[in-house]
Ligand binder design. Structure first.
Ligand code: FAD
Length: 436
């Protein structure tokens, strides 16, 4: 790919990053690592230094890890690296003409000037259509540390929990809740859990695992209303099939909404996320965007897509830091993701691309380890790997090279995946073994 002419930051330029999450923190750290010496400011509306969100629905909710374990970097590192972090400070408007960001923080309103602005605003939890239900003190969403702190106090053995939404995060909460002795019902509007992100085989596997752990899964049903008692606490959930579930608490896990209003109000292109090109540039060349808040070109399938995953946030942050330090390279990483539920680790690379063939390696109907490969025109395009991190490392390489392999060997767990990788590498164009 011929690189466009991309302006890099001057030595004294000021980089302002809106959002102190995974992507914002990584962007600041990588800028320093690549030698950028100018001032960097992170504006973070949360009161905490950047922390990692994945453990929120796993070890942190379970009580296995503490809030300080979640820090992406020890807070002192920011000062050491001359990165100013303004906590509890919300960016409220961007003035592109004067290159300033209006902020609202502990010391009141301020205008912060920038030479380069990086939007790393992530997303917020999607709410129930009956958003009034969220006022109840035992109806929770899952995005921030504070959300988990609130719900964890109500995670008492025997409490009746309704998880609304059978996506990864909802199912992770269900798994932790069962480990904590709660009585758990998962309500999913679609015909199966994880319907938005994977194939029925994987959904069936997870339904089996959760049922084995005593979770009551109810699909094809949505919440009609949440009944709130006189004390302001939700007491029951009425479902679309007429059933009323008495509950002690509710966790709403029905997805995320990108925080793109700041960009929209500044006149940047947004489309359920801040629209960026493969260098993470918005429609203003001085404003870039990274992480969950972006809609970016999908190198695998074409079109624009939004990816909610740590690897995506990290990679986009690196792409921005590279561009600003004069080492521009496009974002073309293949997205990947993981989810931990009970003793089951799912790792996904390629995120459900278009495919015309599925190869199953191992059995999803019994046991706790199998893999699913998605092929198109004979080439491996994606893989869902359950409880086999070693195979996942190889699967990532097979997907990256779009390897064409013998599918009967791929389906056979007795054939080491590495052997297929060795064969595919030898066959790859440029290695001299194909066509003489
Ligand atoms: C419960 C949970 C479990 C997850 N598990 C996994 C997992 O297992 N694997 C995985 O790969 N991914 C997982 N994810 C997704 C992953 O955490 C996100 O993809 C990642 O955090 C995205 O990073 P980000 O920096 O783009 O956004 P965020 O981490 O959301 O950070 C954005 C920050 O910007 C702040 N902000 C927004 N607007 C403003 C403003 N105007 N001014 C100032 N600050 C602002 C927000 O408050 C937030 O602090 C999980 C997410 C959640 C919520």
């Amino acid at each position: 790919m011929e690189l466009p002419d991309i302006e890099s930051a001057g030595a004294d330029d000021r980089v302002v990053i809106v959002g102190g999450g995974q992507a914002g923190a990584e962007c600041a750290a990588t800028l320093r690592m690549l030698g950028f010496a100018g001032p960097i400011t992170i504006l973070s509306e949360e009161p905490t230094h950047p922390y990692s969100r994945p453990p929120l629905s796993k070890g942190y909710l379970l009580g296995d890890v503490t809030s300080t374990d979640l820090y992406i970097r020890p807070p002192a590192t920011y000062e050491d690296q001359r990165v100013e972090v303004r906590l509890a400070t919300r960016a409220t408007a961007i003035d592109r003409d004067t290159q300033t960001v209006r902020t609202d923080g502990p010391d009141g309103v301020d205008d912060v000037s920038y030479d380069w602005l990086v939007l790393a605003t992530g997303g917020r939890a999607r709410l129930l259509p009956d958003s009034g239900a969220h006022a109840a003190s035992n109806v929770h969403t899952l995005r921030r540390l504070a959300d988990i702190d609130e719900m964890r106090a109500q995670f008492t053995p025997g409490a009746r929990l309704a998880v609304l939404g059978g996506g990864y995060v909802g199912l992770e909460v269900a798994a932790v809740a069962r480990k904590s002795g709660l009585d758990v019902t998962v309500v999913e509007a679609g015909p199966r859990v994880l319907a938005r992100v994977t194939l029925p085989l994987v959904s069936d596997f997870y339904e089996r695992i959760h049922k084995e752990h005593g979770v009551d899964i109810r699909t094809c049903r949505f919440v009609e209303s949440v009944e709130v008692g006189a004390d302001g606490r939700a007491v029951a959930v009425k479902l679309s099939d007429g059933v009323t579930l008495p509950i002690d608490l509710i966790v709403v896990g029905i997805g995320m909404k990108a925080n793109d209003e700041l960009a929209h109000d500044a006149g940047l292109a947004v489309d359920e996320g801040v629209v960026v090109d493969e260098f993470c540039r918005t429609t203003d060349p001085r404003i870039l965007a990274v992480g969950d808040c972006t809609r970016h070109p999908c190198a695998q399938n074409g079109g624009l897509r939004r990816v909610e995953s740590v690897p995506n946030a990290l990679e986009q942050a690196k792409v921005v830091a590279a561009a600003l330090t004069g080492n521009a390279r496009p974002y073309d990483a293949i997205p990947w993701f993981w989810s931990d539920q009970y003793d089951v680790k799912l790792q996904v690379v390629g995120l459900c691309p278009s495919h015309d063939e599925i190869v199953v390696r191992g059995s999803a109907d019994e046991g706790r380890s199998f893999s699913l490969f998605y092929l198109k025109d004979g080439a491996i395009r994606a893989a869902d790997v359950v409880n086999n991190p070693r195979d996942f490392m190889v699967a990532k390489k097979l997907v990256a090279m779009q390897a064409e392999v013998d599918t009967s060997r791929l389906a056979d767990p007795a054939t080491p995946l590495r052997e297929l990788l060795v064969d595919a590498t030898a066959e790859a164009p440029g290695n001299g073994s194909r066509d003489g």
